[in-house]
Design a protein around this ligand. Structure first.
Ligand code: 4NP
Length: 153
């Protein structure tokens, strides 16, 4: 299973989603490929925002080795599922999809928790207090996803 997490900058939300799902996959002994990317290019090459790294560390997850990169259309061939954080990310990624198979891989990550509601993970970039809430949302959504997957014990 290959999963890509996508947000705008790839420094706040999707690095957390990547770290959380990697942690859960490792705990279950699942050999999954999990990566993240941003629809924007501004932060390419940068490590995660220190506030994301801090909240991850608080929950026992180290995301400091990650480096931001920009989403590319070939990711829709490389990955089995592409989870986006908000409805703007959804539009930006869908615009780059070429086929129905591509489109079927893409979904808002919170639809794992609240099917069909198309809720967004709020962008915490300008909200220092938002990181814990974002972590908890992503943790819950990743837990639902991995527990529903047939490879999970
Ligand atoms: P992210 O957050 O999409 O969760 O990584 C943001 C990071 C940077 C910016 C916006 C959102 N920015 O405008 O630079």
């Amino acid at each position: 299973m290959k999963i890509l997490m996508v947000c705008l900058g790839n420094i706040c939300r999707s690095p957390l989603a990547e770290g959380i799902l990697k942690h859960k996959a490792a705990q279950r002994g699942l050999d999954w490929v999990i990566d993240s990317a941003g629809t924007g290019f501004w932060h390419a090459g940068e490590p995660p925002d220190s506030r994301s790294a801090g909240i991850a560390r608080h929950y026992g997850i180290d995301i400091t080795d990650q480096r931001a990169r920009q989403f590319k259309p070939a990711d829709l061939d490389l990955f089995d599922r592409v989870f986006v954080m908000d409805t703007q990310n959804l539009r930006d990624v869908l615009r780059q999809a070429q086929t129905d198979e591509h489109r079927a891989k893409i979904d808002l990550i919170l639809n794992q928790l609240h099917p069909g509601q198309n809720r967004s993970v709020p962008d915490p970039y300008y909200d220092d207090d938002g990181f814990n809430e974002v972590f908890e949302m992503l943790d819950a959504a990743c837990e639902v996803f991995i527990s529903r997957h047939p490879e999970a014990p």
